[in-house]
Design a protein around this ligand. Structure first.
Ligand code: SF4
Ligand code: SF4
Length: 466
């Protein structure tokens, strides 16, 4: 519990004492409308998280983030290394969105959607309450000597924590390698999947360590988004804020009404429920993850003492100071324009993205070949990436010019497997009488049956000087 008084604000994070030792947070279980809403949202999130890897569309996962093969599937669409500029742009768009969102709504993401907060507060902490009892009981137990009962409770809690971490680790891995591959790791002989099993053990260990021991430190010490709050937030951003105008001067509750007393009765309920151990009455702090637990705790107190709710509420600093409503500032407008431009470009790139990507290059070191008395040929190499789930027998046709293409090999096409790469070599043969320049620009159409899937430009090297 924080004991900071105004005028003597701390110079260290709330979970570290003066000697630098970790202060364990025994957060009291919140109760109220915000906590209920967060519970419903987190259950929706859990269902989504644990079920998405099982969803397949046309034999392909709906989402896959296969970093090992640099292959991503998002809403059933495959993205290859060739698409990485789209991915890069999507990342930039996402970052701008985060900046805009944070400037406007503060740490709403941390409190309501971030997997760290949601798993910690809505899963692991609830299990802890179930096994070890309320925050007060946990605090007593921590101070008490080791007994059979304490050992049993601790063992039970850590066993359940590890099992859940193991399930989370498996699900997490399913997003990377797919549920089918994960099934093989689980069911096939150990020696065939040593790397996969190693990953599961490492992921399980990391999740267990984070939720059992590291906890809120992930938000206050490690998370880069948390550390950026200082530059992202301004006085107009929406935050979980204490209305000091209304609350101060705080004093212990008495039934006697006095005119110089604020609404805060200094009951510390808002501090007791805080999972990062801070006192929101000290103002906006880097450790606040916007979880709303203090809003619920304070509203319950206000109800009991017959005062209006919302002494702690969602508001901006200017809103509290000057009684102003939330504002759409110049900075937010600029971010919105930037975000709109990025979204338009991203949408265009996604919409015009081709299912087949090809590169054609004239074979290095070769000039041209004389073909009989009236034709000239050039030799080319082609590389093709097929992003569809069907294999393609790719045919090549010259566009807008007479001549022919001779693909070297058995068939007059280049076979490219589904979601695979293909390569081939071919001649372009042109009548000599149409070549009037040293480098003749050409267009080659790529066809899957009658469907034109792409068109590539190249040059044809002729014998004439420019
Ligand atoms: S819960 Fe409300 S009344 Fe109690 S200390 Fe916090 S702000 Fe003051
Ligand atoms: S100050 Fe309030 S909103 Fe912020 S982390 Fe603590 S309980 Fe959650």
């Amino acid at each position: 519990m924080s004991t900071e008084k105004s005028g003597s604000f701390r110079d260290r994070i709330a979970t570290v004492d003066a000697s630098g030792k970790r202060k364990w947070i025994f957060a009291q279980k919140p109760k109220g409308k915000w906590y209920s809403a967060r519970t419903y949202i987190s259950w929706f999130f859990f269902i989504l998280f644990f079920s998405l890897p099982f969803i397949y569309v046309q034999g392909r996962p709906l989402f896959l983030f296969d970093v090992t093969q640099a292959r991503f599937i998002i809403f059933g669409k495959v993205f290859w290394p060739q698409d990485f500029f789209i991915f890069g742009l999507a990342m930039i768009t996402f970052i701008v969105f985060i900046i805009l969102f944070t400037a406007a709504f503060g740490r709403l993401f941390c409190g309501w959607v971030c997997p760290q907060t949601i798993f910690m507060e809505m899963f692991f902490r609830k299990i802890e309450y179930l096994i070890e009892g309320s925050a007060a009981e946990q605090r007593l137990q921590a101070k008490a000597p080791w007994t059979g009962k304490k050992l049993f409770k601790k063992t039970a809690k850590h066993t359940v924590f590890f099992l859940i971490s193991f399930i989370i680790a498996n699900t997490f891995l399913a997003y990377i390698i797919g549920i089918k591959e994960l099934g093989k790791i689980i069911t096939e002989p150990v020696h065939e999947h040593v790397g996969g099993l190693f990953s599961i053990v490492i992921f399980s260990g990391v999740f267990y360590a984070v939720y059992a021991f590291f906890r809120e430190q992930a938000c206050t010490v490690v998370c880069p988004y948390g550390r950026l709050q200082g530059v992202l937030l301004d006085r107009n951003s929406m935050i979980v804020a204490y209305d000091h105008k209304r609350g101060e001067p705080r004093s212990k509750f008495t039934k006697k009404e006095t005119i110089d007393r604020g609404d805060c009765i200094d009951c510390f309920q808002c501090v007791k429920v805080c999972p990062t151990g801070i006192d929101i009455r000290n103002g906006t702090q880097m450790e606040c993850v916007g979880c709303t637990a203090c809003i619920d705790a304070c509203d319950a107190i206000m109800e009991k003492i017959n005062k209006p709710l919302g002494l702690i509420r969602y508001a901006s600093e200017n809103g509290i100071e000057n009684r102003e409503p939330l504002k759409y500032t110049g900075r937010m407008k600029l971010y919105t324009v930037l975000l709109s431009i990025l979204l338009i470009i991203l949408g265009f790139l996604l919409f015009t993205r081709k299912d087949v990507d090809a590169t054609i290059m004239r074979t290095p070191g070769m000039l041209y070949q004389q073909r009989g008395a009236d034709s000239i040929s050039n030799l080319y190499n082609i590389k093709v990436a097929n992003k569809t789930i069907n294999s393609i027998p790719l045919q090549l046709k010259l566009e807008g010019v007479s001549g022919k293409i001779e693909i070297i090999g058995e068939h007059n096409s280049i076979a490219v497997k589904e979601e695979g790469q293909g390569a081939g070599t071919f001649f372009i043969v042109l009548p000599a009488n149409i070549i009037h320049t040293r480098k003749l620009p050409l267009h080659i159409g790529l066809y899957n049956g009658h469907e034109k899937v792409d068109e590539i430009s190249t040059n044809f090297l002729g014998p004439l000087a420019e």
